[in-house]
Write a protein that binds this ligand. Structure first.
Ligand SMILES: Cc1ncc(COP(=O)(O)O)c(C=O)c1O
Length: 286
């Protein structure tokens, strides 16, 4: 069945939605995005995603779309129109189209393009991967240097996912200067005893909205959190490992480059954090 999507102020059947071939997100990857999950028809962590979107726009000197202050209403309307119970809402803002191709940014009268669409994923919260765990490979991090900005330049993460698939695995963790940065579309964690270790924030990784919530819940549950770099060798000898993202919540990692992590089954801390995250998110969804 055709979805209803949002383009620059209009709610349209997906087949009628159009943007210019000169749009800078198409020609230059000059766009930023957010993915927000929906559970029980409620939007999860909306405030955090909105703050990060505003930061991404500011970092790139990109105008806010006119409808910026209406984004929650637009999210809700798309959930309603598409009858989403569990799934995701994808939002993209690009620098728009000046009607030609040019490296220079267009003048301020060129308005940003705003596109949103839903993805229905029944059973999202009950993912089988939460029970089986993920198999991960490590790959070199070959992305650009401003990974803190959530841009639509996702070719290398796509390549990473294909490399993982070719190796019979689920995903890849990227490594730079000997340390893990993050997963292709998620933040990466290891657990040693009662301590959760995840890379510190900086330009090298995306400041995950799920990461912020999970670290807060971990501290509230008296778990220790260390925000620092770790190596693949340290990860292989960890008791547990896991990932977080808005679309996967918390998922355990059970294998890294062919080596079992811990006893090779999902660990209790990842399971507990997933449970707390889902519980609290359902309560706080808007
Ligand atoms: C590279 C990268 N890191 C981390 C994340 C997790 O961020 P969030 O928890 O806000 O989804 C994502 C999500 O898409 C990502 O693409």
């Amino acid at each position: 069945m055709s979805r209803t999507v949002y383009v620059n102020g209009d709610y349209l059947p997906e087949e009628d939605a159009k943007i210019s071939i000169f749009d800078r997100s198409f020609l230059m990857a000059d766009g930023v995005y957010e993915v927000t999950s929906v559970l029980g028809g409620k939007i999860i962590d909306f405030a955090g995603h909105l703050v990060r979107l505003e930061r991404s726009l500011n970092e790139l000197d990109m105008q806010k779309p006119e409808a910026f202050d209406d984004l929650l209403d637009i999210h809700r309307e798309l959930v309603r129109l598409n009858d989403i119970d569990e799934g995701m809402i994808y939002l993209q803002v690009s620098r728009g189209s000046s009607g030609d191709r040019d490296f220079a940014y267009p003048s301020a009268d060129v308005k940003p393009t705003l596109v949103l669409f839903t993805q229905s994923k029944p059973g999202l919260a009950d993912s089988p991967a939460a029970k089986t765990g993920l198999k991960i490979i490590s790959i070199e991090d070959q992305r650009w240097g401003r990974r803190d900005i959530k841009t639509v330049q996702l070719l290398y993460p796509s390549m990473g996912k294909m490399m993982a698939k070719a190796a019979g695995c689920d995903d890849a963790w990227m490594v730079e200067d000997g340390a893990v940065t993050e997963g292709t579309s998620n933040n990466a964690y290891i657990v040693k005893g009662n301590t959760i270790i995840t890379r510190h924030l900086g330009n090298e990784i995306l400041s995950g909205i799920t990461r912020a919530a999970v670290l807060r819940f971990a501290k509230e549950a008296q778990m220790k959190v260390e925000e620092r770099s770790f190596t693949i060798d340290e990860a292989k000898s960890a008791d547990e490992a896991f990932i977080t993202s808005a679309s996967t919540f918390v998922l355990p990692v059970v294998e890294l480059d062919g080596a079992a992590i811990g006893n090779g089954t999902p660990g209790p801390i990842a399971a507990r954090l997933r449970e707390i995250y889902l519980e609290e998110s359902l309560k706080a969804g808007v």
